[in-house]
Ligand binder design. Structure first.
Ligand SMILES: *Cc1c(COP(=O)(O)O)cnc(C)c1O
Length: 447
């Protein structure tokens, strides 16, 4: 089979997969998962055929996928793939661009610059900011926090690039009691051990309580959240960032999914967020672009460019070249699917996507309350934290709903109590899917 025939075959199989996406179980059944044993083969000495390899991947692999690209996947905040973004990704595979600099890919450098401007516009963040397209909110937090650390040390007269951390002035890091694990991970990788993190207590909703905000100074990084991972709540940015600005602290906002609220009628939740120094958000969650697509935004463009610089004698580039704004040197143009998503949705389409999920989440919460469920959060966004009766009943209800195929979602622990965590973030999810989920949950609770 020629290259072109092989690609057509892959497209045919992909098309057939997508045709069945609405019917697919949100989580693969036991038989499909058992079929994965076929992949447990030794590395062949002689290479196997490409057609056969693709066939194996589709025949035994496709059934064992979670249908996270479908309408009834309510786990984590996964998001599906918008057709335009997925199509752009397909074309990019043919291009095989190394999107490091203008020299390695004029098209990637050009579009990613535009995508960066559009993001600042859509999210209404300071237009002078640098925008790096990284693999994940985790990686982007690492980039932003390293820029923060470098800048605060530099203001203390310390050159971290040359002298490292030994003997450096101590940087204080204040995080929310409910900080996301990946921000902790980024901090850990940067040398901020967990016992040194200062915890900011939260209120009953999971937002940092400004009255109990630990002291801040010019050697402090304050990590805030737009969209707490369970409840979807937002820290009170205006008052917290005002305090941080007065103290000359650096404010970083983890907005992996929640930052998108700013594009919608829920914008008030983000009031004051524009005063921070850096922000991270994902394309692959709520914007529904393919993996891996995330964004590091840093008000002080130079701070990010210096922290992430990877110029070499054989590879120098402008300060806003993506290799100088992200962890990666060789990289996929992950800003292009984000550009395609923004261009095809438009400002209005992004707002509608976010609003629709928020409205459906509120509808679902009302319905579940009527049926005797305890909704533990306020449902300000697209997240529900729900219980029914005892811990055991709650877990059983989850399993019954998953068995019916009406939806998949995970468990969490909120304020010490195990609960169902339901998230709406797929562009494919329609009211009928949410209604079906509500029905399945109600039936499971009655039994
Ligand atoms: C998912 C998530 C992250 C991490 O994002 P990745 O892109 O998966 O690395 C960080 N913070 C919050 C609140 C999240 O939901």
């Amino acid at each position: 089979m020629s290259e072109l025939e092989l690609m057509a075959e892959a497209d045919r199989r992909a098309k057939s997969y997508l045709e069945g996406i609405e019917q697919r179980l949100p989580f693969p059944d036991q038989a499909a998962r058992a079929g994965l044993s076929i992949f447990s083969e030794p590395l062949p000495y002689e290479g196997r055929g490409a057609v056969e390899t693709l066939q194996m991947l589709d025949i035994h692999g496709s059934p064992a996928t979670t249908a996270s690209n479908g309408p009834r996947y309510f786990g984590f905040v996964i998001g599906a793939s918008l057709p335009a973004a997925a199509a752009a990704e397909r074309l990019m595979l043919a291009w095989d661009q190394c999107a490091a600099t203008y020299d390695t890919s004029p098209i990637a450098a050009t579009i990613e610059k535009i995508a960066g401007r559009w993001l600042l516009d859509a999210l209404d963040l300071p237009r002078e900011s640098a925008v790096g397209f990284g693999t994940s909110a985790t990686a982007c937090a690492l980039s932003c926090l390293s820029a923060a650390r470098r800048s605060l040390l530099s203001r203390q007269g310390w050159n971290i690039d040359r002298d490292g951390l030994f003997g450096a002035p101590e940087i204080r890091v204040v995080v929310s009691e409910t900080v996301h694990i990946t921000v902790r991970k980024a901090l850990r990788l940067l040398g901020f051990g967990s016992v040194h993190l200062v915890t900011a207590p939260v209120d009953a909703y999971g937002r940092i309580d400004p009255d109990r905000l630990p002291p801040l100074d010019e050697k402090t990084i304050l990590c805030l959240q737009a969209g707490e991972v369970n409840t979807g709540e937002f820290d009170p940015f205006a008052v917290l960032i005002d305090a941080a600005t007065k103290a000359k602290a650096w404010v970083h906002v983890d907005g992996a999914f929640g930052l998108w609220a700013r594009t919608s009628s829920r914008r008030a939740l983000t009031e004051g967020i524009e005063g921070a120094d850096s922000w991270t958000t994902d394309g692959h969650k709520w914007l529904n672009t393919p993996y891996d697509g995330a964004v590091a935004i840093c008000r002080d463009a130079e701070a990010l460019a210096q922290a992430m610089n990877s110029d070499a004698v054989y590879a120098t580039a402008s300060a806003d070249a993506q290799k100088n704004l992200t962890l990666e040197f060789s990289r996929r143009a992950r800003g292009i699917p984000i550009w395609a998503a923004l261009r095809t949705l438009g400002r209005a389409g992004v707002a509608q996507l976010v609003d629709r999920h928020c409205n459906e989440a509120a509808w679902l919460a009302d319905r579940l309350r009527e049926r005797g469920f305890d909704v533990l959060n306020r449902v300000v966004l697209n997240q529900l934290v729900v219980r029914y009766g005892t811990d055991e009943q709650t877990a059983q209800i989850r399993q019954s709903v998953i068995d019916t195929g009406a939806g998949w979602f995970g468990m969490t622990v909120w304020q010490g109590r195990p609960a169902l965590r339901i998230s709406l973030s797929s562009w494919r999810t329609e009211h009928q899917d949410v209604s079906r989920l509500a029905e399945a949950l109600s039936i499971a609770a009655r039994n």
